[in-house]
Design a protein around this ligand. Sequence first.
Ligand code: GLN
Length: 476
Amino acid sequence: MKLYSTFSEFRSDLASGKVTCESYVTDLLAEIKNQQDLNCYLESFNETALEQAKNSDLRIKSGKAGRLEGMVIAIKDVINIKGQIASCASKILGNYHAVYNATVIERLQAEGAIFIGRTNMDEFAMGSSNENSAYGVVKNSVDKTRVPGGSSGGSAVAVAAKLAFTSLGTDTGGSIRFPASLCGVVGMKPTYGRVSRFGLIAYASSFDQIGPFANSVEDLALIMEVISGHDPKDSTSSPQPVEQFTSILKNPIKGLKFGIPREYVAEGLHPEVKAKLMAAADALKKLGCEVTEVDLPHTQYCIATYYILTTAEASSNLARYDGVRYTFRSKEADTLTSMYVKSRSEGFGREVKRRIMLGTYVLSAGYYDAYYTKAQKVRRLIRTDFENAFKKVDVLLTPTAPSTAFRIGEKTTNPLEMYLSDIYTVSANLAGIPGISVPAGTASDGLPVGVQLLGKHFDEQTLLNVAYHLEQANLK
Ligand code: GLN
């Protein structure tokens, strides 16, 4: 069978009658089974996906096709699809069936998308390697001894292995951009408020955003067009109008100003990743862009600020999983208190418990001002750094990850080292700005390297436009 890597390619074969949605989804479901060792899917939706594919074929025949008719998309297991399990790759929600659709699901469905399955992830989206899933690690499809990155590792691998055209992930501190970089695909974190969070199970509510993965910038832009925009069901979603992202991709970018943050090209950055970053800068210069250096002086505080604020929000958000209603309940408990304690102790994994404890600590009466309030103030300073940088340049060009994909098991014993992988990604979530990771070739170990573009609030348009040109530059 032929596996298509992009929706645009599939769509032209669909139009010429070489393939149907039903035949392709049938083949794809078989292929997902063949490639089960990747562990990128927690479940494939065999029956409903086929039914959706048949309906897509019918709508195409009758001339009623939506913008995404035949778009096979995989969904991270943290987004509610009515009737399907939404477990967040946790034991505690292992049997939870969503009772409503997330807004993003409604919007994709209305345009004819086909939901092929739910993807593996770090439990509750906490992690950078996908090793924190209660359902086993995801393997990087480029090298199966390596991690795919996290937390949306399953969504990245599903696309990289062509087991879906696109997928949805979530990005609280890099969980889309980081795995996109390690797997060699494009991934976008929209501006905070650009995409509705209604129906997304919360990790850290003031950071979380849903965004897409794809094998081409064009496919990515199409998904962005469909899922973006105001939603009355999410009070943090913005009324800002949504541009036609797909129609501006090819616009020339001559004259655009880029800044490389000095603090990002420092200790800890692998020399080969640095070389790819510089090659991307050269490609932009060839396209008539200006590339200079800029300063983001509070960069050194980003990781600490991120891990104080997100754990605080997580400790509060995860308090609802107590064994009383929709979650796993321990069979060992004989009193109400022991039911809470045992259900949570047995239901949550190690990393999630670590974050709940950290978050509870920074919010506790004696430490609240020293940690939580202080971190909120530093968050403001970090945002101001970006506002100042964007007075001088239009887009920032940075590495996405400090290195290529590490080996499975390499960092599991040292959480701090794992947290440091997020060094270039957490700042966008702290500031609320959009970011995209674009493939920039392969390193000498044969593994993909990505570069990151960061833009002004609600300027996804420019990021997609630049990403398209970088893709065309075909960086090796
Ligand atoms: N790796 C980061 C963390 O563990 C980011 C996670 C995310 O973006 N969901 O918190």
